[in-house]
Every structure is written in structure tokens, then in C-alpha cells.
Design a protein around this ligand. Sequence first.
Ligand SMILES: C[S@@+](CC[C@H](N)C(=O)[O-])C[C@H]1O[C@@H](n2cnc3c(N)ncnc32)[C@H](O)[C@@H]1O
Length: 275
Amino acid sequence: MPNPVTQHYGSTGIADRVLAAIAAGGQNPHQLLPEMLFPFDQLHARELQATEDHVAWLAPCPGEHLLDVGSGVGGPARYAAAKHSVRVTGIDLTPEFVEAARELTDRCGLSDRVTFQIGNALRMPFPEGSFDAAMCLYVAMNIADKTALAGEIARMLKPGGRLIWSEAVGVDGQAPPYPLPWGRSRDTSSLTTEAGLRNALESAGLSILEWRDETMLQVDHARNARQASETPSPERVMANQVVMGDDFLERRRNYLAGLEAGALKGIAILARTPR
Ligand SMILES: C[S@@+](CC[C@H](N)C(=O)[O-])C[C@H]1O[C@@H](n2cnc3c(N)ncnc32)[C@H](O)[C@@H]1O
């Protein structure tokens, strides 16, 4: 039976569409730099701004090995490798995303430090304790058992390993509008609450070092993007539509409506495994 998550995200020709969009924007896709991809490859709320903030918060040291869980088309992994000189291994369930991530990374000349493989975040094929730090950015809304996800990431980390985890959560008694960026209906959406998320991470043995409610940051960012989309030259705002599909703008509008109505929150957490 087809997996609803990979069906939701997967489509053919992703790398070609991104390269064509870069060419249409007047840049040469044959001399590709990671930053030319950033408008297209950061598949989470606040896009590149969130990646910059969250990777800085994770504070990776040059040479460290990061795990990117649910790595999408590889944007955050390439960002971390290019800006913080780390190695990154990404894993993602959606084969078309992994294929695009590999091709785009290869074209940027980063394949020696950034690799991707197809796999389930709940059963990762790496030796225990392989990684110094991990990112899990806007993935857990597709995974019902968040304690299992957190536990599997913790298993992959060295003692004292850091984790940055971002996620949209729901609010008791409130129903967000669908379709949303991570699911076109409730079938592909597994929202927990802030309390459920805290419980999942702590049950997995992680210590929460910092907990940020980024809802208002996300609302401001999305409002600015919406204003920009009403100007005659909306390349920036069209960006994630290139990877995520034609209905992405409607899905993002619904996400903003959910945040504004108090039915959704955007949370970012820094956590650590026991030493
Ligand atoms: C909203 S995208 C975020 C991608 C990436 N983290 C980013 O921020 O650019 C969610 C990603 O999680 C992946 N995903 C969902 N469930 C997964 C699972 N069980 N194992 C691995 N990846 C999963 C999807 O395939 C998709 O690439």
C-alpha cells in the first residue's frame, strides 16, 4: 500500500524544476552554490531564517558529524555544511526528495561532506552513538509516535549530543484548516500539543535545554511573505511551490490562518542526550 507521507511529498523532476527556476531568476544553474538553492530548499516555517537561527542555536563545531532527520531536499543539511563546516548525513522517507537532495548537493560540490539516504526516522540504519548533533525540522507532524522518534534520534547521538527539533503543534479544542503544508488532510497529519511534545522528548530520555514558542515570529514572517506575493514580482514567495506543488500557497495560507486563530503553534526546542 502506498505510504501517505511519501505520496504527499513526492513528485518527479524536483531537481530539474529547482534548476529551471534558478535559471528563470537569471542565475547560472551550472555554477550552483548552496545559497542559490536556499529560496527553494528550506521546507519549514520561516524557511532560511529559521534554519539560520536553529543551526546557530545548535552551535555545531567544524568537523562535527550532524544527523538531519527528515532531510527533505537537503536544504538545512547543505546550509549547515556550507556555513558551519560540518559533515551531515540526511535520512528521509520520500525517495523523490532524497534523489533531489543528492543531485543538488552533487551539483554544489558538497557530496563529499553531505550525504542522504532513504529511510524511516523510526528505524535508522546507523550505528548507535554515531552523531555529535542532530536536526529534526518540521518532520514530527508526519509521525504519530513522537516518543519513538525522539528515542530513535537519541539512540543515534553520542552521550551529551545536541538536538534541535522544530514542529507545529495543535491546541486542545481547536481545529486548524486543511490542507496544511505537511498534510492535505488529517490522514497525514499527526499533531500533538505542547504538553504532548514535552512529554515525548522527556520520555525518550532527552533533557530539554530551551523551549521557544516561535508562533509570533512565524506569523510576522508569513505576513511579510504574503505582502510580497501581492507585488508584481513574487519569485521569493513562489519558491517553495517549486518543490512542494501548486497548492502550496493555499497550504501555507491555511498554516498562517491556523497560527493566527490560535489553533497552531510553532515550537523550537534545544535538547540533549544524557552525558
Ligand atoms: C516539511 S518536510 C521538512 C524537510 C526538512 N526537514 C526541511 O526542513 O527542509 C518533512 C519531511 O519529513 C519527511 N518524513 C516524514 N516522515 C518521515 C519518517 N517517518 N522518516 C523519515 N522522514 C520522514 C518527509 O519525507 C519530508 O521530507
